[in-house]
Design a protein around this ligand. Structure first.
Ligand code: HEC
Length: 123
């Protein structure tokens, strides 16, 4: 009867179920409110900044005191993703503008990064 509807609802429940939130290497769970931000970060940023924002050979850790909000405010995050960054802090090279990124996506990603920074004890 309403098989499609039931299947769709089932998928939605599965997707948003906090029980499926992944634990970081530090063991903390990503709360529901940051789930979408986490997925969008994984898709757009983690290739260079690491699965948990702690850096890769392609980009710096964002869990570094230099990236707390008092030093790199949220605008710096929007600017970096939308326009790219010229290498100045490290030796990873320039950060290119992130393909397909927009403000709405960053509205989810940036609060997730701030939350992650707090969890890592940098404020
Ligand atoms: C292709 C690799 C790459 C991707 C993808 C990438 N970054 Fe970066 N990012 C870098 C590198 C390299 C730097 C360091 C530039 C420097 O030397 O200061 C950087 C620096 C930054 C900075 C610091 C900016 C500043 O003003 O100093 C922020 C914030 C940042 N990235 C956020 C993000 C976010 C958010 C995403 C995803 C939407 C993202 N990055 C995706 C490579 C990347």
């Amino acid at each position: 009867m309403h098989l499609k509807l039931i299947l769709t609802l089932g998928l939605i429940v599965l997707f948003f179920n906090p029980a499926y939130a992944t634990a970081s290497q530090d063991g903390f769970k990503v709360p529901f409110a940051y789930g979408l931000g986490k997925n969008l970060f994984a898709k757009n940023c983690s290739g260079c900044h690491g699965k948990w924002g702690k850096g890769t050979p392609n980009g710096p850790s964002l869990m570094h005191p230099v990236y707390v909000s008092s030093h790199h405010g949220d605008q710096a995050f929007y600017r970096a993703a939308l326009n790219g960054v010229r290498s100045h802090h490290w030796k990873f090279g320039d950060m290119p503008p992130v393909p397909g990124i927009d403000r709405a996506t960053l509205n989810k990603i940036v609060p997730y990064i701030r939350w992650l920074q707090q969890k890592n004890g940098i404020k």
